[in-house]
Design a protein. Structure first.
Length: 87
């Protein structure tokens, strides 16, 4: 478990919440057959967010946050995962 103080700004959080709001739904679990299903014991919510990578150079908050996540994961796991970056 890693705790990173101030990893996400209030503006980035608001952008993520706004983007996810339309598709937010109860999270599912694997059903063991290659699919997923709802579970009464799972209380989490999930949403798919499309990251507008073309706006990265303009300082779009979703791309800024996504880039931070990619950079951090690559650093910690010594990987070279790339987003659909324009940089």
């Amino acid at each position: 478990v890693h705790l990173i103080q101030n990893f996400i700004s209030e503006e980035e959080c608001e952008a993520m919440e706004k983007s996810a709001k339309k598709s937010l739904h109860r999270a599912t679990v694997a059903d063991g057959k290659g699919g997923s299903e709802l579970s009464s014991s799972r209380k989490a919510m999930q949403a798919g967010i499309k990251i507008p990578w073309k706006l990265e150079k303009d300082g779009n908050k979703l791309t800024t946050l996504s880039r931070k996540v990619y950079d951090y994961v690559n650093h910690v796991l010594d990987m070279d995962i790339k987003g659909k970056s324009t940089r």
